[in-house]
Write a protein that binds this ligand. Structure first.
Ligand SMILES: Cc1cc2nc3c(=O)[nH]c(=O)nc-3n(C[C@H](O)[C@H](O)[C@H](O)COP(=O)(O)OP(=O)(O)OC[C@H]3O[C@@H](n4cnc5c(N)ncnc54)[C@H](O)[C@@H]3O)c2cc1C
Length: 320
């Protein structure tokens, strides 16, 4: 059985979790797939049935209201053992990246992080994952009995495949906490996380000052996107939070569309966005390295190009 650790946000299964679930369904053929939910309440988990879950396993309780590495890792490891799962998948979200390696350690299992492709070879998982900041890809074979992998968001597709979704609950294990989360301070004003965004409009030093990010927000609003930034923009003291930074020391994103505005295309920035499906670059320097990567390039002043793009995008959506 493949067990998929799924996350809920505001009563809905995260898109990245549905992608992991769909991939598990695709891999396992007729073999069973179970979706695992952990939290104070797992309301909304029943939607997993539509994306291929034969079983929906819930571990609920007030102790699971706030994320705790110790407790969540114990809950997930116990569920893997209780169900006799040979593979555990989950999305490489911030929570997934924290908890899944811990689960693998508890189970003495091999772990492949942020995989971009999965296959079953001789009954075992085989994963492909980026290495050296995305400059190369490694093929990972597992030698352990249990195999754990996190899937990079926006790489796999979430495809409907209705299954029974029989609901089961497991008890919350007693855990000796090493750390307790006291408070979570949410950032980003409820906007979609960059790692899950389908469209990103990112700005760099070429924006000249923080107030000019309004130009990016206007375009992002017009095309249903989220705003990101280069490290130069974040470090410039313009009030751009690190949570918006894309790159080697920021977030790794893989949207369908990435619009890089006033970003030169330094290797550390590219490490975070080269997995984007379509890249559009707006830069006044025709020699900027970002154009080597871009599918479409606009050589021009972003202060002229962005308002025109926004106007055109609004006109298109009004015309629909
Ligand atoms: C260890 C390490 C980790 C790093 N991690 C990251 C990371 O995670 N993410 C990241 O982004 N960087 C990272 N960097 C920094 C990286 O090396 C670059 O310095 C940074 O990406 C440059 O940001 P930028 O492209 O916005 O700025 P610049 O390189 O200064 O480029 C600005 C661009 O804007 C263009 N421009 C200027 N005015 C206009 C205009 N009016 N219209 C159109 N175009 C215009 C210019 O032609 C230029 O190409 C890291 C560096 C190190 C050493």
């Amino acid at each position: 059985m493949i067990l998929v650790f799924c996350e809920l946000k505001d009563g809905k299964i995260r898109k990245a979790s549905l992608e992991a679930l769909s991939e598990a369904r695709k891999l396992s053929g007729e073999a069973p797939v179970a979706a695992l939910f952990v939290g104070a309440s797992c309301a909304g988990s029943s939607d997993a049935a539509a994306f291929g879950a034969d079983a929906i396993i819930k571990v609920e309780g007030p102790a699971l209201g706030a994320y705790s590495s110790d407790l969540f890792a114990a809950v997930i490891a116990d569920a893997v053992k209780a169900k006799g799962a040979t593979a555990l998948l989950g999305a490489a979200t911030p929570l997934g990246k924290d908890v899944l390696p811990r689960v693998a350690a508890k189970l003495d299992a091999g772990y492949a992080a942020e995989v971009t492709s999965l296959a079953l070879v001789g009954g075992k998982l085989q994963a492909i994952r980026p290495v050296y900041a995305g400059k190369a890809f490694a093929t990972v074979d597992f030698t352990s009995g249990i195999q754990v992998a996190s899937t990079r968001p926006n790489v796999f597709s979430a495809t409907e495949c209705p299954k029974a979704g029989a609901v089961e609950t497991l008890p919350v294990p007693a855990v000796d906490f090493k750390a307790i989360v006291k408070e979570i301070l949410a950032k980003g004003g409820g906007k979609q996380d960059l790692t899950e965004a389908d469209v990103i409009v990112a700005g760099g030093r070429g924006l000249k000052e923080g107030a000019n990010f309004k130009l990016l927000e206007d375009l992002a609003d017009a095309i249903g996107g989220v705003v990101g930034a280069s490290r130069a923009a974040v470090d410039a003291g313009w009030g751009i939070p690190h949570s918006m930074q894309v790159g080697q020391t920021g977030k790794v994103v893989s949207p369908t569309l990435y619009i890089a505005c006033g970003i030169s295309g330094a290797i550390q920035h590219v490490a975070g966005m080269s997995g984007s499906k379509v890249i559009v670059a707006i830069n006044k320097d025709p020699e900027a390295p970002i154009f080597k990567l871009a599918n479409y390039g606009i050589v021009g002043d972003l202060f002229e190009v962005l308002p025109e793009l926004t106007k055109a995008a609004k006109a298109l959506s009004l015309a629909k």
